[in-house]
Design a protein around this ligand. Structure first.
Ligand SMILES: [Zn+2]
Ligand SMILES: [Zn+2]
Ligand SMILES: [Zn+2]
Length: 445
């Protein structure tokens, strides 16, 4: 379609992760090991997420492995989960892997794939994923706080059902259960499917996923040499928002982190909030619902069921760690230990209960007058921003220097390119790599 004004050359940022080139749309953020951005493929197509390993990457948590290994495992586990989901027709609420750079070796053995063995550890790495357009669950919680409204119970039930279904799918791997082991609120993302008013809850980041509860001998030894009682031990190991915590957000012993659970609290009944209990450091094991009405509340009931499942899971993990420690560090014994499969408590009873309760309550979130404020002040703006994100155009700047300054620390390989941009801000024609360094080229142009 012809445009009224002639295209004007602008500068954009090109990620050259062969064989596909992408233009930067927006930076999302930077963690200890990765930088994520929204990009669009050169030549058109839906925007997607680029996750790139930083050159200064440091692995967080007590896993004795490199950030590169975790980056590769994220790719390998997501691919494996989606392959199994596709084979069984399961709708997996995990962003789809669209590709990785450089490609991981094709079809390695299952066990090998899980450990993320790959190309040289120092090579740059990036992976491409379908976009979850609605931001993090943490962001939605903050939007509710700012608007002075609660997250409706129906939506919390819906999110809880979805995250437990995804975990159950992972745990039900026919070869060995896959534990996420890093399920904190930043790894729970919202996505508004086309034409839907209410979002779904996806989970991301499988870099610390594993088939064992106790992947390192050191972790196992530490678990048995400490003479803390169970409550102290539990407190020590989770979770990352606590001032005294030293788990560095890595906790294999919980199904969900406490800080994620606290976002899935019941808006109608009080629960102890473990993340604000830092002074006493105690988390009561007893049900401390003060409101008698909580007894018949489906969300409070589901949370109690989850607490029981978590306790059973915790006991299995502790037993596994003890077995690993008792086995010593000999190679044969370690192998024997790895062969022993964990009996994971099933989440099916909670999921079944939630399925029966969710539909009716979720429908009311979309229609009932009591949630009108939530819809108007939170849901509609968040959804509008989500849809705008999907339609966002590549970021352009009038000078190359401006872009280079903004891209300091962004993992490559990337180049500044000259683009023709039409009146709508859409890039047209092929991007031309600015050849001799951005600033000099700017002067030449
Ligand atoms: Zn922690
Ligand atoms: Zn945490
Ligand atoms: Zn309740």
């Amino acid at each position: 379609m012809p445009h009224a004004s002639q295209p004007e050359p602008m500068f954009g940022l090109l990620f050259q992760d062969a064989p596909h080139d992408h233009l930067l749309v927006r930076f999302f953020g930077s963690g200890a090991s990765c930088q994520t951005s929204l990009v669009c493929p050169v030549g058109g197509g839906p925007v997607r997420v680029r996750k790139a390993l930083k050159s200064t990457a440091i692995a967080t948590g007590s896993l004795n492995e490199s950030a590169e290994v975790q980056f590769d495992r994220d790719v390998a586990v997501a691919r494996q989960l989606h392959a199994r989901a596709a084979a069984t027709g399961y709708r997996l609420l995990v962003p789809k892997l669209l590709g990785e750079y450089p490609p991981l070796p094709g079809q390695p053995q299952r066990g090998k794939q899980r450990r993320g063995s790959s190309h040289p550890p120092t090579a740059p790495r990036s992976s491409y994923w379908t976009l979850c357009n609605g931001g993090t669950l943490f962001g939605l919680d903050m939007a509710c706080v700012r608007a002075g409204v609660s997250l409706p119970r129906g939506l919390v039930l819906h999110f809880l059902q979805q995250v437990l279904e995804t975990l159950e799918f992972m745990h039900a791997d026919p070869v060995a259960p896959v534990f996420h082991r890093d399920l904190h609120p930043e790894n729970a993302l919202l996505h508004f499917a086309p034409g839907r008013l209410l979002p779904d809850l996806y989970i991301i980041d499988f870099g610390r996923a594993g088939t064992r509860a106790a992947p390192t001998a050191a972790a196992a030894a530490a678990a048995t040499t400490e003479d803390d009682d169970d409550d102290d031990d539990r407190q020590r190991r989770c979770c990352c928002t606590r001032a005294r915590c030293d788990c560095k957000a890595w906790d294999v012993s919980r199904l969900l982190h406490d800080d994620l659970l606290s976002l899935l609290r019941c808006p109608d009944h009080r629960h102890p909030r473990p993340d604000i209990d830092t002074d006493t450091g105690s988390e009561s094991d007893t049900d401390t619902d003060t409101d008698a009405a909580a007894g018949s509340c489906p969300l409070c009931r589901a949370r109690r069921m989850l607490q029981a499942a978590d306790r059973a899971y915790w006991a299995i993990v502790a037993e596994d760690e003890a077995a690993a420690a008792a086995g010593g560090h000999g190679r044969g014994r370690a192998q024997q230990h790895r062969k022993r499969q964990l009996a994971v408590p099933t989440l099916q009873p909670i999921i079944g209960f939630l399925r029966r309760e969710v539909a009716h309550e979720l429908e009311r979130v979309a229609t009932a007058a009591e949630f009108a404020d939530f819809r108007r002040r939170v849901l509609v703006p968040v959804r509008k921003a989500a849809l705008a994100l999907e339609a966002a155009a590549p970021r352009v700047a009038a000078t190359a220097g401006e872009l280079v300054a903004a891209c300091e620390g962004v993992p490559g390989p990337w180049s500044v390119v000259a683009l023709d941009v039409d009146a709508d801000g859409c890039a047209v024609d092929d991007p031309r790599v600015v050849p001799a360094g951005p600033r000099r080229s700017e002067e030449e142009l």
